[in-house]
Structures are given as C-alpha cells and as structure tokens.
Design a protein around this ligand. Structure first.
Ligand code: SF4
Length: 327
C-alpha cells in the first residue's frame, strides 16, 4: 500500500510538474488503471464524483475501503486508489459490514448495482439499514443487468421495454429511496451520474454521516437502456435544495416521522425526479455504538486489533474479544 501511495504521489508530481502539490490532490484516489466501461457510461461520472469527494475530504487512502459486488459497477474498487475488495454477487454489503465492524477506524464504501444490491442482495440491503452501521452504499442504478446483456433489474418499471427485452417488463419496480427509508437508513439521497459536482457533494455528506448512508445514483447505461437515458433524466431532474424550506435533517426525535413522510412523498417518480438529500437523522445510535454498550472495549480494541496468536499459539477465544488480552 505504501509503495502504491508513493507511486501515486510521484504520478501527481510528474503530471502537474509541481513538487509542492498536496499529497491529497484530486488525483490521489484515481488508480493508474483505465476503466473498461462502455463509452458514455454513467459509471465514469460516479467514479469521478467518488474520487474527488474522497480527495476533498482529505482521507488517508490506506484507511479507505471500497467494496464492489458483481456487475459493471462491481469493478469500481479496481479504479480507486484505496483498499478494495471485488466480492461475490449480492454480497458486497455483508463484506463491507464485516470490514467496518472489525475495524471501525476505516471508511467503508460499497459500490454496487441495482441488480446486485436490490436483487440477490436485497436482504443484506434491508439488514444494513436497520442495523445503522456507519458506512456508505452507492447504488449504480441503471435499471438493467448491464454486464449480462441488459436483462430487467429490480428497478425497471413494469411495462417498460428496453432494447434487450423481447417484451415489456411484467414486474413492478423497487424505489430504492423508499426501500432505504423503510429499512432504517439514516441518510438517504439520490444523485445523477452526469451531475458530478452535485453527486460529489452528496458522497461527501454520506461519508461524513454517522450511520448507514445510501445514495441511489441514476446511472444511464447507453448500451442496454434506451429508455432511461441521459436526456430522459435531464428533462425531469429537479433538485430538492431548490425547493422552498426543504430541510431533510432530523434535529429532534419527534421530527423523524414527519420528515420521513416528506421524503417518501418526494421520492416518487413522474414528470419530476428529485435528486438531493431526502432524509438525515444522526439521533439514531449506530450499530458500533450499540456493540460498544455490550463490549465497552470494542472501539479501543476492535477485532482487527486484537492479537490472534502469541509464539505461534492461537489466542482465538470469545473471552478475548469480550475482554481483550493486550500484549
Ligand atoms: Fe455501463 Fe451499460 Fe456498458 Fe455496463 S453495459 S459499462 S452499465 S454502458
């Protein structure tokens, strides 16, 4: 990791000709590897927004973990200069939860598609929300299974026929924002892959949020989705911030239900599709806080920092986790 960091700093210096450039320049989080996504894919905008957000937050790349699932979006960890895991189909969230709970010092971000996170992985998606684990989930939502040639995903509305479907879709769609609200996520937002400055700010807010954060990112797939295109969204997208008196932040417990109902209403799809923060509530204790109540030394000595052997003899024992043996 240190070797890669030095290499990246060198690339920054060489590419700018400025040896005094900040270690955390805008290129710090861009891995020196070209994505193999199709030309015009919305994933490029998401990758830009993500890497710029991480740079502007001045995070240490060695303390950031990107966890991808399977699909076009699942390749994202390869293109971000940080720790990364390319996991199994539908299993990015439990991998990420395990990483975060093993070492709560890490910033953990899931990058998964709508088919991955809301199809085979939907049980994990709901569980992460109700646990309120402090991590961020980015849904690359293009309404199709792009990597496997454009089948209907769980977010494609009923009656819609994209070009790879022989007939219109006969299943109803999941609204990711509404599912996140119902599941207990304490930060819920929607972004647009082609509005990088706006999406970058959403990602920064999600990463800084204390609790489980999800951003449903409208990500056109020009190869297989000829219905929900960049032009379709540009004609319909409105920003929540432009609404008079829009305030998604819950500041007292009694505000939570009212703000959630407002978020639910604005999350609908129609002639207007809102992007921005729908709901934010930091009054709910995180899962890490709840674990700490049971295991007081958890945050000081999380599992990743507990020695597992001494002189070749294993120390693995549940009693060592509850009452760590410090060497
Ligand atoms: Fe992007 Fe669609 Fe191509 Fe996948 S198939 S890389 S989602 S344009």
């Amino acid at each position: 990791m240190k070797r890669r960091l030095r290499l990246n700093i060198l690339i920054n210096i060489l590419s700018t000709g400025c040896p005094r450039i900040s270690v955390l320049s805008l290129k710090t989080f861009r891995a020196p590897k070209n994505p193999d996504w199709c030309p015009g894919c919305g994933n490029y905008g998401i990758l830009s927004a993500l890497t710029i957000a991480l740079s502007e937050l001045k995070l240490d790349p060695s303390k950031v973990v990107i966890v991808g699932g399977i699909g076009c979006s699942g390749k994202t960890p390869h293109y971000v200069f940080a720790n990364g895991v390319h996991t199994l189909h539908g299993r990015a969230i439990p991998y990420a939860a395990g990483i975060r709970l093993a070492n709560p010092e890490l910033t953990v971000i899931v990058t998964g598609g709508d088919g991955d996170l809301l199809g085979i992985g939907v049980g994990h998606f709901v569980s992460a929300g109700r646990r309120n684990i402090d991590m961020t989930i980015l849904i690359f939502n293009n309404q199709v299974y792009g990597l496997t040639k454009g089948q209907a995903s769980p977010t494609l509305p009923r009656g819609v026929k994209t070009k790879a479907l022989p007939r219109p879709n006969i299943q109803d769609a999941i609204n990711p924002v509404r599912l996140a609200l119902a599941s207990g996520y304490t930060f819920v937002a929607r972004g647009f892959a082609y509005d990088v400055p706006h999406l970058k700010e959403l990602i920064k807010k999600a990463v800084l949020h204390k609790g489980s954060a999800v951003i449903d990112i409208l990500q056109p797939c020009p190869t297989y989705n000829d219905v929900f295109t960049k032009e379709f969204y540009i004609q319909r997208i409105m920003k929540l911030d432009d609404l008079k008196d829009w305030d998604p932040v819950v500041r007292a417990p009694e505000e939570a239900d009212e703000k959630m109902l407002k978020a639910w209403e604005k999350a609908s799809w129609g002639d207007k599709i809102y992007i921005g923060v729908f709901y934010q509530n930091e009054l709910v204790p995180t899962y890490e806080d709840r674990v700490s109540e049971r295991i007081p030394l958890y945050k000081k000595y999380p599992p990743a920092k507990i020695p597992i052997s001494v002189d070749g003899k294993p120390l693995a024992s549940i009693s060592h986790i509850i009452q760590p043996r410090i060497i």
